[in-house]
Write a protein that binds this ligand. Structure first.
Ligand SMILES: CC(C)(COP(=O)(O)OP(=O)(O)OC[C@H]1O[C@@H](n2cnc3c(N)ncnc32)[C@H](O)[C@@H]1OP(=O)(O)O)[C@@H](O)C(=O)NCCC(=O)NCCS
Length: 224
């Protein structure tokens, strides 16, 4: 588990929000936040289409990594609501996600995997042990106030204090693309959504007419 000294780098108040680690008592509320905010609005999830089963399967993976103690929430102090969540995992060569049953959830993680394979940071840079910023999510009510940017600032300080050397993130939102570039992350790969293929490797998952030129995922990498 991370040290109390490291947690001091991320925990505390900022504007109307309190940043703090996710505790076991928060798991249910965090999973609900992810289902209702991330899975409804993240680009890939939105294109695939929200269902309860899809959200539940995505959350099996989130639940797998919460006990690592690397995930955080921002609480809105006046209401006590979760305003944002930052789900993070420590990726090692042994990391393996729980198996899933929902087709959309499998496709969602296939997209993540495909763009990470294109980046291939292990063979290209010899990096096989890194932090993965797995999900950034701000509640619909609190977007556009700088929360995700502040999560990045605090998370980077926290991870440096923990001695991690590299942070990787797959970004799909214009906001997180901007926020990572601004903080010195460098692009490693790009997957345009019209080139995202189904499990057969040859059928496009999305119809061209449903896509815009903004619909692409990037792997961004930062040396901490
Ligand atoms: C993406 C998401 C997390 C952004 O959260 P947010 O708290 O509203 O974001 P912020 O207010 O911190 O803005 C982030 C950055 O986007 C930039 N930004 C604002 N409007 C923008 C726009 N229209 N296009 C591009 N960047 C923009 C801001 O400058 C800000 O950077 P800075 O604070 O470093 O200056 C939120 O919309 C969300 O939860 N979406 C659904 C889930 C999702 O897509 N998650 C990210 C997947 S990679």
């Amino acid at each position: 588990m991370p040290s109390e000294e490291s947690y001091k780098q991320i925990e505390g108040e900022w504007k109307d929000f309190r940043f703090r680690r996710v505790l076991p008592a928060d798991y249910e509320a965090v999973l609900d936040h992810i289902a209702q905010n991330y899975v409804r609005d993240e680009l890939t999830c939105k294109l695939l289409g929200w269902t309860e089963e899809f959200a539940a399967d995505v959350n099996k993976v989130v639940a797998q990594f919460l006990p690592e103690g690397l995930s955080f929430i921002a609480e809105h102090i006046p209401t006590g609501k979760i305003a944002g969540a930052r789900i993070t995992l420590h990726h090692t060569p042994e990391t393996k996600f729980v198996s899933l049953t929902n087709r959309n959830a499998k496709l969602f993680f296939k997209l993540v995997n495909d763009v990470e394979e294109l980046a291939d940071v292990t063979n290209k840079h010899g990096i096989d042990n890194y932090i993965e910023f797995f999900m950034a999510s701000t509640s619909r009510d609190f977007r556009g106030q700088g929360l995700v940017g502040e999560f990045y600032n605090r998370s980077i300080n926290f991870l440096k204090a923990e001695g991690f050397k590299h942070a990787l993130v797959v970004v799909t939102s214009p906001h997180t693309k901007a926020a990572t570039l601004k903080r010195g992350f460098e692009q490693q790969s790009r997957l345009d959504y019209d080139k995202f293929m189904d499990f057969d490797g040859k059928t496009p998952v999305f119809k061209k007419e449903d896509l815009t030129p903004e619909d692409f995922a990037l792997v961004m990498l930062k040396t901490l």
